[in-house]
Design a protein around this ligand. Sequence first.
Ligand SMILES: *[C@@H]1O[C@H](CO)[C@@H](O)[C@H](O)[C@H]1NC(C)=O
Ligand SMILES: *[C@@H]1O[C@H](CO)[C@@H](O)[C@H](O)[C@H]1NC(C)=O
Ligand SMILES: *[C@@H]1O[C@H](CO)[C@@H](O)[C@H](O)[C@H]1NC(C)=O
Ligand SMILES: *[C@@H]1O[C@H](CO)[C@@H](O)[C@H](O)[C@H]1NC(C)=O
Length: 714
Amino acid sequence: MMPAANNIGPPRSFCGMKTLAFILFFVIMIARADYRVGVGRADCTGPAAEIGFMGYAKAAQKGCGIHLRQYSRAYVFDDGTKKAAFVTVDACMMHHGIKKAVLKKLSDKHGDTFTFSNFILSGTHTHGAPGGFLMDVMYDLPNFGFIQETFEALVAGIVRSVERALENMTDAKIYWNTGRIDGANINRSPASYLYNPEEERKRYEHNVDKTLTQMTIVRTSDGKAIGAINWFAVHPTSMNNTNCLVTSDNVGYASILLENSMDPSSLPGKSSFVGAFASTNLGDVSPNTAGPKCINTGLPCEEVRSTCNGEARHCIAFGPGKDMFESTEIIAGKLFQTAKDLIDSNTDEITGSIGYIHQFVEMANENAPVQLKNGTVVKVKGCKPAMGYAFAAGTTDGPGEFDFHQATNSTNPFWNVVRDFIFPPSPEDVACHAPKPILIMSGAIKLPYEWQPEVVPIQIVQIGNAFLTAVPGELTTMSGRRMREAVRLQVIAEGGPEDAKVVITGLSNMYSSYIATPEEYQLQRYEGASTIFGPHTLTIYLKKYRELVTALLKGKEIEIGPLPYQFPKQLLSLVPPVLFDLAGWFNNFGDCILQPPDVAHIGDTVRAKFISGHPRNNLLQENTFLTVERRTEDNSKWEVVATDSSWETRFIWRRTAVLKAGSEVEIVWEIKDNIPEGRYRIRHFGHYKYIFGGIYPYEGTTKTFVVQKKQAFM
Ligand SMILES: *[C@@H]1O[C@H](CO)[C@@H](O)[C@H](O)[C@H]1NC(C)=O
Ligand SMILES: *[C@@H]1O[C@H](CO)[C@@H](O)[C@H](O)[C@H]1NC(C)=O
Ligand SMILES: *[C@@H]1O[C@H](CO)[C@@H](O)[C@H](O)[C@H]1NC(C)=O
Ligand SMILES: *[C@@H]1O[C@H](CO)[C@@H](O)[C@H](O)[C@H]1NC(C)=O
């Protein structure tokens, strides 16, 4: 049975025309069963240079420009009584501080429209975007502390995207489509996966999920699709840890391709159609489908530990392409094509009312019953957050920099001394996390403030028979399968829709690293070592999400739970600001110091260089650091054909020697087949910081050059 919408109860008496009219009215209402839906997208690109990227935990990986901009994509749903929002952001993950700041800003204009409960904020998990926005010490450490600029850039873009969605509310139908994608993902910890029970593994064809789930939003007035949210389990790590250009990676590029295909004349990030590829149970899933090999010898890695001659740092997985750009393009192309093929299939219509539920949970205070093999039921406990040794080994998508390897069940005396110097785990902590050898007892450190969250938000947003299950971390493939099934069966058990559709929305609301199954945890590869609340993390989550379903469907109140840690106003930050910019004695900002050739051919790559200011002086959100422009046929004006968010362009910033204050940008434009012949120019826009204070705009333009087809020489 579908839970009846709150506003359409049955009439109480059956006498008279009035009642009949009422019945008729409600029948029509039910038959229409449309939602009001708004879609919105906004640029949330952070500081693109000299700020560390979040994801690979590699301190040396810092921004040097832009390949693809970051966007926030928002979807607001309204059933006439209740509203809910799903927002997915081109960032490594989302966190509580960001959500709090976004809700605060939205409340200034929209009152209590959005709360922790009816607002899901999810990160796509790109590893190619600036970090420092998480506040928790552990997570900001690789970025040298908290970075206000990244935080504010994300909040501003997210808020703008939601406001655009609110302005665009329109009658719409919602459809649920699924498709299959082959060759776009592999399991990066297959040895851990094999620890799951054989009976369970036998139920699935692959050790990763191959299904793309799509929620399509179709405007009622003209039957046109105005937006879609796609979920497919894959890490956006096609771009590896040597990349320094801001990128939304494979999923972000898939979004740009989808949006462009639905609105072909639009520039990236400007289409009316809003198409997202959001994260789901991608914990152990890599896009590097050629798999790991030893880069020093070319031989396969040792599989359980992912090492080459005992060292993890040589064992690296590669994508299907010849380099990381081509790999990104191939994976994005597969995601896009499958999503595009589904858009008009309108398989299953989503119907029914909107509901939501949310709770804060302190994992170390939770327990769950588990039945042992001999039939005895015991209670298992959650632990205080801790990271295992194998966390420091990294993964085959980006190995760590020290001498650690995955699948570690023993400790090293040297690192134990270091660990105990920071904070020694108690015997209870050691027992609770076993067999994880603890490297960082983050749950016991509050110096200078919280290292990893102890309290996490759990949340479900119900849109008719669709249940968006928001998880504050990265579920592995099997953890995700168990979670979806637990939620679905509980929905049915509580009298909810028999055809309940459940999707995991990953990296939502707060980040608490990984959630491996208790079985996978035993091998202590990266995902197990990063399952921070101990071996029973998933077991406890399953119990808690079932409780959420029950409360949601029975309309029961649940406790808010203990509030997450309150961070001090002043957060640790070791990232210096931009001091000032110098153009040098004989130059001005915006001077073109490398001109494109007079004639370029389709298929060529054109380069231009300009004297520049620091890109951190103004992030140019909703704007661009570059344009490629074409003179119109009638010679009346210049038309923009590409921006810094176009796949074909790269905006590269570098320091030059001038007193550590000089810099230049290189603009790279690959001339694709679809580019018409004609006259072109490249422009650069930026801001410089004057030595005596103030930030000022400047721009530069190349000379005009001709683009023509390659001559066939005979
Ligand atoms: C959203 O609103 C803007 C302007 O208000 C409009 O240009 C755009 O087409 C709308 N998008 C949709 C999907 O309705
Ligand atoms: C990253 O990818 C590039 C190719 O684009 C490759 O040359 C390099 O070895 C890779 N590095 C790592 C650490 O994966
Ligand atoms: C089942 O096994 C557990 C742990 O091995 C033990 O504590 C318990 O007593 C056993 N129960 C029975 C009924 O044998
Ligand atoms: C530790 O791992 C090794 C090899 O992976 C295994 O042989 C050994 O039994 C494990 N020890 C424990 C205590 O689990």
